[in-house]
Design a protein. Structure first.
Length: 403
């Protein structure tokens, strides 16, 4: 198996995923085209140099349907001989795209790939594609389906996390994100979104609320309490699966959960020969990739077992990892990860996360991998792990090592 390297990673800013968001008038195709062109132009390779574009996008309907990856290739400056593959592993789609590309390169199926993803949540609403897991009683009842917010609160209840625990983490995410932007830590990777005339539409993460404090969050009502308790409520379904719990403690709300945003990200993956051919210096080596299925009612605990798996597969230990990016889908997801491995929050999401900056579903995995790479370089660290929880009970992870 060949060594696989990351040569570059870029992303758009995240725009608010609403009609008044800066990127609402920019389609997922336009976001994809822009970021594909950016990674090509930055690295100076010919349009035919890439074997494939593997692109995550979760809600694959309407303008995000019909193999958006291939459409984006045709819209971009890449050669039309390059195919495109759209994938959906829910929230981990962007990271899974990178992992698939890396494993293709490792196996000799091409020397260079672009992988990443996109989501325009303001234009293509989350869950507008439906899905049997939530709507077909033959599977939903059998597997005790509940919405993700109930799952997040179930994690908090099972593992003993309070509302204050979650809110404190959310306030810190906002503080860290502001500090990172103030310190220009994202300057290497963020590519502004421009219009047809080259004028800037958005050049910063629009969703952030740096004035957030404990008092602000304390005034918010739990977002999933009614959904869980009002009959017929989903709490009763979850408690059938977890009968040792008396009740579910609803601690999550908009302020300590990930934000709905628009955005795209891409990672340039290749073997040693690819870099030599185009005069590129590798920034990191892919040390391992992993994915796993987990219990689908609690659903969002995937980062724990998938991290255990990737550490076994690579022969590494948790102490070998210098920095962690654990997607902040909900505060309890990160709190559980830190609890399970005894990891200090000082080395987790050090530049903030999706609570502060938002979670553009199909792009987030590639975004946090790029953030991890930038921070390893900035802080002169060696090894980093990126991981995400995934809907329906899955997890994905990647370990990279600076070259």
């Amino acid at each position: 198996m060949k060594d696989v390297y990351i040569y570059d990673a870029v992303r758009t800013p995240r725009g608010k995923g609403r009609k008044d968001g800066a990127l609402h008038e920019v389609t997922s195709l336009a976001l994809s085209k822009g970021i594909l062109n950016a990674i090509k132009d930055r690295n100076g390779f010919d349009g035919h140099a890439i074997e494939d574009v593997i692109w995550g996008n979760v809600t694959q309907v309407g303008e995000q349907g019909a193999c958006l990856a291939r459409t984006a290739v045709l819209a971009s400056d890449l050669d039309e001989a390059i195919p495109g593959l759209s994938i959906n592993r829910f929230c981990a789609s962007g990271l899974e795209a990178v992992n698939l590309a890396a494993n293709q390169v490792a196996g000799g199926a091409g020397r260079g790939y672009i992988a990443g993803g996109v989501e325009s949540m303001s234009r293509v609403p989350m869950m507008s594609d439906g899905g049997a897991i939530a709507t077909d009683p033959s599977i939903a009842m059998e597997r005790y389906f509940v919405p993700q917010g109930i799952s997040a609160d179930l994690i908090a209840t099972e593992y003993g996390f309070s509302r204050d625990d979650a809110d404190e983490m959310a306030v810190e995410s906002q503080r860290r994100a502001k500090a990172a932007w103030d310190d220009n830590r994202f300057a290497k990777s963020v590519v502004p979104v421009t219009d047809l005339n080259g004028l800037t539409i958005l050049d910063h993460d629009e969703y952030m609320r740096p004035s957030t404090d404990m008092q602000t969050l304390g005034a918010l009502k739990p977002a999933f309490k009614d959904q869980g308790e009002v009959m017929p409520g989903f709490d009763a379904v979850a408690l059938l699966k977890y009968p040792h719990l008396e009740r579910i403690n609803h601690i999550h709300h908009a302020g300590n959960s990930s934000g709905i945003v628009d955005g795209a990200a891409a990672v340039l993956i290749g073997d040693k020969e690819f870099g030599e051919r185009w005069g590129l210096k590798p920034r990191a080596r892919m040390r391992g990739t992993a994915k796993i299925g987990t219990e689908p009612t609690m659903m969002l605990t995937g980062p724990v077992p998938v991290t255990e798996k990737i550490l076994r597969d690579t022969g590494l230990t948790i102490k070998d990892i210098d920095l962690f990016e654990v997607n902040e889908a909900f505060a309890s997801v990160v709190l559980r990860f830190e609890q399970a491995f005894g990891v200090n929050h000082d080395v987790v999401n050090v530049n903030g996360g999706s609570i502060a900056m938002g979670h553009p579903l199909g792009a987030t995995g590639a975004m946090i991998l790029g953030t991890l790479l930038d921070e390893l370089e900035r802080s002169d660290k060696e090894m980093g792990l990126a991981t995400l929880c995934v809907a329906s009970g899955m997890g994905a992870a990647t370990i990279i090592e600076r070259v």
